[in-house]
Design a protein around this ligand. Structure first.
Ligand SMILES: *Cc1c(COP(=O)(O)O)cnc(C)c1O
Length: 238
Protein backbone atom coordinates (compact mmCIF):
# COMPACT_ATOMS: atom_id res chain seq x y z
CA UNK A 1 0.00 0.00 0.00
CA UNK A 2 2.76 2.43 0.95
CA UNK A 3 4.95 2.58 -2.09
CA UNK A 4 7.51 5.02 -0.80
CA UNK A 5 8.62 5.11 2.82
CA UNK A 6 9.76 8.72 2.49
CA UNK A 7 6.22 9.75 1.71
CA UNK A 8 4.58 7.44 4.16
CA UNK A 9 1.79 9.36 5.84
CA UNK A 10 1.73 8.79 9.59
CA UNK A 11 -1.37 6.68 9.13
CA UNK A 12 -0.01 3.88 11.27
CA UNK A 13 -1.83 5.04 14.34
CA UNK A 14 -0.23 2.61 16.77
CA UNK A 15 3.26 3.67 15.75
CA UNK A 16 2.36 7.36 15.90
CA UNK A 17 0.81 6.91 19.31
CA UNK A 18 3.91 5.15 20.60
CA UNK A 19 6.07 8.00 19.30
CA UNK A 20 3.88 10.65 20.92
CA UNK A 21 3.85 8.76 24.19
CA UNK A 22 7.65 8.46 24.17
CA UNK A 23 8.05 12.19 23.51
CA UNK A 24 5.51 12.97 26.21
CA UNK A 25 7.28 10.75 28.75
CA UNK A 26 10.63 12.34 27.91
CA UNK A 27 9.18 15.85 28.32
CA UNK A 28 7.62 14.94 31.67
CA UNK A 29 10.83 13.39 32.89
CA UNK A 30 12.83 16.44 31.88
CA UNK A 31 10.45 18.64 33.86
CA UNK A 32 10.37 16.30 36.85
CA UNK A 33 6.63 15.87 36.38
CA UNK A 34 4.95 12.56 36.80
CA UNK A 35 1.67 12.92 35.03
CA UNK A 36 -0.45 11.10 34.13
CA UNK A 37 -1.19 13.04 30.96
CA UNK A 38 -4.05 11.78 28.83
CA UNK A 39 -3.59 11.85 25.08
CA UNK A 40 -6.83 13.03 23.47
CA UNK A 41 -6.84 11.87 19.84
CA UNK A 42 -8.35 14.72 17.84
CA UNK A 43 -10.27 12.88 15.14
CA UNK A 44 -12.04 15.77 13.41
CA UNK A 45 -12.31 15.19 9.64
CA UNK A 46 -11.01 11.63 10.02
CA UNK A 47 -13.31 8.96 8.69
CA UNK A 48 -14.35 5.60 9.98
CA UNK A 49 -11.31 3.68 8.77
CA UNK A 50 -8.96 5.95 10.70
CA UNK A 51 -11.14 5.85 13.79
CA UNK A 52 -11.21 2.07 13.68
CA UNK A 53 -7.46 1.95 13.34
CA UNK A 54 -7.12 4.14 16.42
CA UNK A 55 -9.60 2.02 18.36
CA UNK A 56 -7.74 -1.13 17.35
CA UNK A 57 -4.56 0.45 18.72
CA UNK A 58 -6.29 0.83 22.07
CA UNK A 59 -7.05 4.57 21.88
CA UNK A 60 -10.27 5.38 23.73
CA UNK A 61 -10.25 9.14 24.32
CA UNK A 62 -11.18 11.26 21.29
CA UNK A 63 -11.76 14.93 20.62
CA UNK A 64 -14.16 16.27 17.99
CA UNK A 65 -14.78 19.92 17.21
CA UNK A 66 -18.19 19.78 15.51
CA UNK A 67 -21.35 18.36 17.00
CA UNK A 68 -22.88 17.37 13.65
CA UNK A 69 -19.76 15.60 12.46
CA UNK A 70 -19.39 13.71 15.74
CA UNK A 71 -23.04 12.73 15.60
CA UNK A 72 -22.54 11.26 12.14
CA UNK A 73 -19.39 9.35 13.06
CA UNK A 74 -19.56 8.12 16.62
CA UNK A 75 -22.85 6.54 17.74
CA UNK A 76 -22.31 3.29 15.83
CA UNK A 77 -18.69 3.03 16.92
CA UNK A 78 -19.59 3.74 20.52
CA UNK A 79 -22.07 0.88 20.49
CA UNK A 80 -19.13 -1.32 19.57
CA UNK A 81 -16.66 0.35 21.95
CA UNK A 82 -18.69 1.49 24.99
CA UNK A 83 -15.60 2.62 26.88
CA UNK A 84 -14.86 5.42 24.41
CA UNK A 85 -14.72 8.90 25.93
CA UNK A 86 -15.79 11.67 23.56
CA UNK A 87 -14.72 15.23 24.21
CA UNK A 88 -16.11 18.30 22.46
CA UNK A 89 -13.22 20.68 21.79
CA UNK A 90 -14.86 23.09 19.34
CA UNK A 91 -17.13 26.07 19.89
CA UNK A 92 -20.73 25.35 20.69
CA UNK A 93 -23.95 27.19 19.83
CA UNK A 94 -26.76 26.91 22.35
CA UNK A 95 -29.12 25.46 19.73
CA UNK A 96 -26.77 22.42 19.65
CA UNK A 97 -26.74 22.00 23.41
CA UNK A 98 -29.16 19.06 23.41
CA UNK A 99 -27.18 17.12 20.84
CA UNK A 100 -23.91 17.93 22.58
CA UNK A 101 -25.20 16.71 25.93
CA UNK A 102 -26.53 13.52 24.35
CA UNK A 103 -23.25 12.74 22.62
CA UNK A 104 -20.27 13.97 24.63
CA UNK A 105 -18.82 12.84 27.94
CA UNK A 106 -16.80 16.01 28.37
CA UNK A 107 -17.48 19.45 26.92
CA UNK A 108 -14.28 21.49 26.98
CA UNK A 109 -15.50 24.75 25.53
CA UNK A 110 -18.02 26.49 27.75
CA UNK A 111 -17.23 30.19 27.69
CA UNK A 112 -20.37 32.26 28.31
CA UNK A 113 -23.37 32.20 30.62
CA UNK A 114 -25.88 31.48 27.87
CA UNK A 115 -24.19 28.27 26.77
CA UNK A 116 -23.51 27.23 30.37
CA UNK A 117 -27.17 27.60 31.25
CA UNK A 118 -28.31 25.78 28.11
CA UNK A 119 -25.98 22.86 28.84
CA UNK A 120 -26.99 22.67 32.46
CA UNK A 121 -30.69 22.62 31.56
CA UNK A 122 -30.17 19.95 28.90
CA UNK A 123 -28.09 17.76 31.19
CA UNK A 124 -30.92 17.86 33.72
CA UNK A 125 -33.54 17.17 31.09
CA UNK A 126 -31.62 14.19 29.71
CA UNK A 127 -30.45 13.00 33.14
CA UNK A 128 -26.88 13.05 31.90
CA UNK A 129 -23.84 14.00 33.98
CA UNK A 130 -21.22 15.26 31.56
CA UNK A 131 -18.10 16.98 32.84
CA UNK A 132 -17.13 20.43 31.71
CA UNK A 133 -14.04 22.49 31.07
CA UNK A 134 -14.08 26.23 30.65
CA UNK A 135 -12.25 27.58 27.63
CA UNK A 136 -10.06 30.58 28.39
CA UNK A 137 -9.04 32.96 25.61
CA UNK A 138 -5.57 33.43 27.09
CA UNK A 139 -4.42 35.66 24.24
CA UNK A 140 -7.59 37.79 24.34
CA UNK A 141 -7.93 37.29 20.59
CA UNK A 142 -11.01 38.93 19.11
CA UNK A 143 -11.87 36.02 16.81
CA UNK A 144 -11.27 33.26 19.34
CA UNK A 145 -13.75 31.62 21.67
CA UNK A 146 -13.14 31.53 25.39
CA UNK A 147 -13.73 33.65 28.44
CA UNK A 148 -11.19 36.44 28.93
CA UNK A 149 -8.56 35.71 31.60
CA UNK A 150 -9.80 38.58 33.79
CA UNK A 151 -13.35 37.22 33.66
CA UNK A 152 -12.40 33.60 34.29
CA UNK A 153 -12.73 33.52 38.09
CA UNK A 154 -16.24 34.96 38.03
CA UNK A 155 -17.33 32.66 35.21
CA UNK A 156 -15.96 29.60 37.01
CA UNK A 157 -17.91 30.65 40.10
CA UNK A 158 -21.08 31.04 38.07
CA UNK A 159 -20.81 27.62 36.42
CA UNK A 160 -19.61 25.68 39.40
CA UNK A 161 -21.18 27.35 42.38
CA UNK A 162 -24.35 28.96 41.06
CA UNK A 163 -25.32 26.55 38.29
CA UNK A 164 -23.86 23.51 40.05
CA UNK A 165 -22.14 22.20 36.93
CA UNK A 166 -19.37 19.66 37.20
CA UNK A 167 -16.54 21.94 36.12
CA UNK A 168 -13.33 19.99 36.33
CA UNK A 169 -10.85 22.26 34.63
CA UNK A 170 -9.77 24.67 31.93
CA UNK A 171 -8.84 24.53 28.28
CA UNK A 172 -6.97 26.96 26.00
CA UNK A 173 -5.70 27.37 22.45
CA UNK A 174 -2.82 29.88 22.48
CA UNK A 175 -2.45 32.41 19.65
CA UNK A 176 -0.83 30.64 16.71
CA UNK A 177 1.89 33.23 16.26
CA UNK A 178 3.09 33.48 19.86
CA UNK A 179 5.24 31.22 22.02
CA UNK A 180 2.70 29.07 23.85
CA UNK A 181 4.44 28.72 27.23
CA UNK A 182 3.15 31.97 28.82
CA UNK A 183 -0.39 31.01 27.80
CA UNK A 184 -0.09 27.53 29.29
CA UNK A 185 1.38 29.02 32.47
CA UNK A 186 -1.47 31.53 32.70
CA UNK A 187 -4.06 28.77 32.31
CA UNK A 188 -2.33 26.75 35.03
CA UNK A 189 -2.37 29.76 37.40
CA UNK A 190 -6.09 30.40 36.84
CA UNK A 191 -6.82 26.70 37.45
CA UNK A 192 -4.70 26.56 40.61
CA UNK A 193 -6.30 29.56 42.26
CA UNK A 194 -9.74 28.10 41.51
CA UNK A 195 -8.72 24.61 42.68
CA UNK A 196 -9.42 23.02 39.29
CA UNK A 197 -7.40 19.89 38.53
CA UNK A 198 -7.82 19.39 34.79
CA UNK A 199 -5.80 21.34 32.22
CA UNK A 200 -6.46 20.64 28.53
CA UNK A 201 -3.64 22.31 26.66
CA UNK A 202 -1.08 21.47 23.99
CA UNK A 203 -1.55 20.19 20.45
CA UNK A 204 0.69 18.41 17.90
CA UNK A 205 3.14 21.32 17.76
CA UNK A 206 3.47 22.16 21.42
CA UNK A 207 2.27 19.30 23.61
CA UNK A 208 5.66 18.76 25.22
CA UNK A 209 5.74 22.33 26.53
CA UNK A 210 2.15 22.03 27.71
CA UNK A 211 2.91 18.78 29.51
CA UNK A 212 5.87 20.38 31.24
CA UNK A 213 3.65 23.24 32.39
CA UNK A 214 0.99 21.03 33.92
CA UNK A 215 -1.32 19.72 31.17
CA UNK A 216 -3.43 16.76 32.25
CA UNK A 217 -4.84 16.37 28.71
CA UNK A 218 -3.07 17.08 25.44
CA UNK A 219 -5.13 17.28 22.26
CA UNK A 220 -3.20 15.71 19.41
CA UNK A 221 -4.56 15.48 15.86
CA UNK A 222 -2.18 15.58 12.94
CA UNK A 223 0.75 14.02 14.81
CA UNK A 224 -1.41 10.94 15.35
CA UNK A 225 -3.62 10.70 12.30
CA UNK A 226 -1.59 12.48 9.68
CA UNK A 227 -2.98 15.36 7.68
CA UNK A 228 -6.62 16.16 8.07
CA UNK A 229 -8.92 15.50 5.17
CA UNK A 230 -10.99 18.41 3.96
CA UNK A 231 -13.94 16.08 4.07
CA UNK A 232 -14.14 13.03 6.26
CA UNK A 233 -12.21 10.35 4.45
CA UNK A 234 -13.80 7.21 3.21
CA UNK A 235 -11.03 4.68 3.13
CA UNK A 236 -13.26 1.99 1.77
CA UNK A 237 -11.83 2.03 -1.74
CA UNK A 238 -9.94 -1.25 -2.24
C1 LIG B 1 -7.74 20.52 15.66
C2 LIG B 1 -7.56 20.81 17.11
C3 LIG B 1 -6.49 20.23 17.83
C4 LIG B 1 -5.45 19.33 17.24
O1 LIG B 1 -4.58 20.05 16.44
P1 LIG B 1 -3.27 19.34 15.81
O2 LIG B 1 -2.37 20.48 15.56
O3 LIG B 1 -3.71 18.62 14.61
O4 LIG B 1 -2.73 18.43 16.85
C5 LIG B 1 -6.43 20.51 19.19
N1 LIG B 1 -7.33 21.31 19.80
C6 LIG B 1 -8.36 21.87 19.14
C7 LIG B 1 -9.31 22.74 19.87
C8 LIG B 1 -8.50 21.65 17.77
O5 LIG B 1 -9.53 22.22 17.12
Amino acid sequence: MHADADHLPPADFAASLARIRARLDAALKEAGRRGPVEIVAVSKTQGEARLKEALAAGQRVFGENRVQEAKAKWPALRAEFPDVELRLIGPLQSNKAAEAIALFDVIETIDRPKIARALKDEAQKQARRPRFLIQVNTGAEAQKAGVLPEDADAFIRLCRDELGMEVEGLMCIPPAEEPPAPHFALLARIAARNRLGVLSMGMSGDFEIAAQLGATHIRVGTALFGDRMVKPDTLTVP
